[in-house]
Write a protein that binds this ligand. Structure first.
Ligand code: GCU
Length: 602
């Protein structure tokens, strides 16, 4: 009898939940631009949580937060009396038992709000990994899928005067049709991993803008401003006081105003990362940003920054603070990682394999570091499954939306190491076209690693490269692929000619301080073996025709649950040039010397 009752409750619960998730599909809105410059009430700090490994909260309807009224009432959940977690922050690093947890956690935060007339209010999340169902005062606001980009809900009509409660169901279970899919070589940090803000705006406000130098121009700015709200037709202005620019225009019925003006800019470059204070103004709103101007293009096999060939002295970085073994989120986390990149001699970072926090991109730009921005279309993506292409589109749009005014970002990278198939090709060509349509000013690439090796020759055969501005290839000669002759004698052939070539990953593993094993055996995991890989790579790099950039894999050792060697890995990918405590391995010095001896421009 008891079993029957439980079964009925479960079935009812599933019905209620699937009803919510299928009939009531409300998706988050795309986020407004430049949130940190707006009128925000920050909701970071302690949030109460319920750990829900069985998914029971779905049918118990945790978001309703019901309390016993009669003496016979009881509810088998409560936020009160339970633990609290820090937001922003991943949940895996906040409780030992949750280290490898992939499932649901419910978060709750209460806040007071006193609404003002003619104001609108939005609930904005910097990122939640991976699925978020967001409730306000017991009602579903909507859902968001994707762990690394911002989203928002307008709550002007649902927020109460006085006390309010937000409940978020966060789930980081891997999905076959997810992006990334089931398998990936980084740690699946779940949770509300970036800032949460209430953003207050006027009734009509500037929700978005895009200003960058027109392709091939060093002086002409092209772009647009978008207003949101009832007052769509307004006088609109862009001011750059330092340049005495005061561009005036009008928005149309849809709230859109086109922007076009010229000036003698001091161009942004790694050597001089000049940013200008730019004021966007309409009759009902003003928002300020710091924006730089530079041009980026390819000409035959060269990458030109501000019209001059540039060599991308790059490094790959995961968004992790190694000292805390946790997802990085703060500006000081970003500063640790980017300062190391600078010290190595880099002028560029590849932010692998997903959009990092906006503060990382902004800080890189300030420090004169170019950025490679990427979405997590990584290895095992089920391109033929329904919905997958839409998710790729959404993630690409959310990345471009957020970062399109950052002149430091010069590359949109739309995938990494996917397996060749007609479905993959179709999906990636489509995605590339859509991305180019959204932003024609930057370089677009996808990273491929299906080159073929034989007799010390490398054949880069994949014709998909034709669609990209840069040929980005990962090669692990000396580690996954043994050397087949002298590194300095490698012969390359490329199916696509006349395009810039970038080695987007190379390297090998070593445990810092492990200097005892045989130097010539990979299984020694020694610093010396890794050092030799880098020495050989430096020789090999001379054989790559039209090489325009190098990105060692990677800056710091990082957590990855698939790395199981009990002595050398212990849950860490050890390909860092730095250990998980920031100690420099021997290979660091090889790469640093290589960058010191390589010109920025050639
Ligand atoms: C891949 C991949 C990285 C990965 C690395 C490795 O090529 O792009 O994400 O972690 O190889 O094997 O360490």
């Amino acid at each position: 009898m008891k079993k029957k009752v439980i079964a009925i409750i479960v079935v009812l619960g599933v019905m209620i939940y699937s009803n919510i998730s299928t009939c009531n599909l409300i998706y988050a809105q795309s986020a407004m631009i430049n949130v940190s410059a707006r009128h925000c009430t920050n909701l970071d700090g302690k949030w109460q949580i319920i750990i829900d490994p069985a998914g029971a909260g779905d049918w118990r309807q945790v978001w309703k937060e019901r309390k016993p009224e009669k003496k016979t009432d009881f509810f088998e959940y409560s936020f009160e009396g339970g633990p609290s977690f820090n937001v922003p922050g991943d949940f895996n690093s906040q409780m030992t038992e949750l280290k490898y947890y992939e499932g649901t956690i419910w978060y709750k935060k209460s806040f007071d709000y006193n609404s003002e007339k003619n104001k609108r209010i939005f609930l904005h999340f910097g990122a939640v990994n991976y699925l978020a169902d967001v409730y306000l005062n017991g009602n579903l606001l909507g859902k968001h899928e994707g762990g690394f980009t911002p989203f928002q809900f307008e709550i002007t009509n649902s927020v109460h005067n006085g006390g309010n409660t937000i409940v978020v169901r966060v789930n980081n279970q891997r999905l076959k049709d997810g992006i990334p899919g089931l398998g990936y070589d980084w740690f699946n940090y779940g949770g509300i991993t970036r800032d949460v803000n209430l953003v207050e705006t006027d009734n009509s406000f500037i929700s978005d803008y895009f200003i960058q130098l027109k392709k091939h121009s060093l002086s002409e700015v092209l772009g647009w401003i978008k207003l949101n709200g009832p007052q769509t037709r307004q006088n609109v202005e862009i001011k750059i006081p330092e340049l005495k620019i005061d561009f005036k225009t009008k928005s149309d019925d849809s709230g859109l105003a086109e922007v076009k003006f010229s000036s003698g800019f001091e161009l942004w470059s790694p050597e001089k990362p000049k940013l200008y204070k730019v004021i966007f103004q309409c009759e009902t709103d003003t928002i300020v940003d710091n924006i730089g101007f530079r041009s980026i293009e390819v000409k035959g096999p060269k990458i030109l920054l501000n019209g001059k060939p540039v060599f991308l002295k790059g490094i790959n970085i995961h968004e992790e603070n190694p000292f805390r073994a946790a997802r990085a989120f703060s500006e000081s986390d970003a500063s640790i990682l980017l300062s190391w990149a600078k010290e190595l001699g880099c002028n560029m970072v590849r932010l692998a394999h997903y959009p990092h926090n906006e503060n990382m991109i902004r800080l890189a730009e300030k420090m004169g570091i170019m950025v490679w921005d990427e979405i997590p279309v990584y290895q095992q993506i089920e391109f033929s499954m329904p919905g997958v292409s839409d998710k790729m589109d959404l993630m690409m749009r959310e990345m471009v939306d957020r970062d399109k005014n950052r002149c430091g970002v010069i590359v949109w990278s739309l995938s990494n190491e996917t397996s060749p198939s007609p479905a993959r090709d179709k999906a990636l060509v489509n995605l590339t076209d859509k991305c180019r349509h959204l932003d024609s000013t930057r370089l677009i690439t996808s990273v491929i690693n299906d080159e073929k090796y034989s007799n010390n020759a490398v054949n880069v055969w994949d014709t998909l490269y034709r669609h990209f501005d840069i040929i980005s290839l990962n090669e692990y000669m000396g580690w996954y692929v043994p050397w087949q002759g002298r590194p300095g004698d490698v012969k390359w052939s490329f199916v696509c000619k006349d395009k810039p070539i970038v080695i987007s990953e190379f390297g090998g593993e070593a445990l810092y301080g492990n200097n005892k094993g045989p130097k010539d055996e990979a299984a020694s995991w020694s610093e010396e073996y890794q050092e030799q890989i880098f020495k050989d790579q430096v020789e090999m790099l001379k054989t790559v025709p039209d090489l325009c950039g190098t990105f060692p894999w990677l800056l710091v050792d990082y957590r990855s649950s698939g790395r199981m060697h009990p002595l050398y890995q212990n849950g860490w990918n050890r390909k860092g040039l730095l250990s998980d405590h920031g100690d420099k391995k021997k290979a660091w010095y090889i790469m640093k010397a290589y960058y010191e001896s390589t010109k920025n421009s050639y």
